[in-house]
Ligand binder design. Structure first.
Ligand code: 5GP
Ligand code: ZN
Length: 116
């Protein structure tokens, strides 16, 4: 656990969140500033600054994140209409919280991937 990291604190239950899912590898919780009807953040329980720090050794964690995203999409009733799973890395990626997280977004047409 990285002591000054808000997502580490959310994983540990030291900061409140609306939790969707938790197991030994990953935690999913509501984004505090939702940009779509469904906006869930899925994070590894272990601290990594971003996806670029994760690799083969984290294959199980990354696989779990993708699996949990699909489960939450189904549970939230957006699986058939479609959804998006994105992660931002670094300055040009627009990353603001430096604990790897994937945004699960859906519940409305999400438009183009990038603003033009
Ligand atoms: P990024 O820009 O790093 O990809 O996304 C960070 C996300 O974390 C943003 O969508 C932001 O709304 C969300 N966020 C920031 N602080 C908190 C918090 O304290 N709690 C929760 N649940 N989400 C947060
Ligand atoms: Zn962290």
């Amino acid at each position: 656990m990285k002591v000054d990291c808000i997502f580490c604190k959310i994983v540990a239950g030291e900061l409140p969140s609306q939790q969707f899912y938790q197991d030994e590898l990953v935690t999913a919780f509501q984004d505090i500033s939702a940009q779509a009807p469904v906006h869930v953040l899925i994070v590894p329980n272990q601290h990594f600054n971003d996806l670029g720090e994760m690799g083969d050794a984290q294959a199980e964690i990354l696989g779990r994140i993708v699996q949990v995203a699909g489960q939450i999409a189904a549970r939230e009733g957006i699986a058939s209409e479609g959804w998006r799973l994105v992660t931002n890395i670094g300055k040009n990626g627009g990353q603001e919280v430096f604990h790897t997280h994937f945004h699960l977004l859906g519940g409305r047409p999400l438009g183009p991937l990038l603003s033009r």
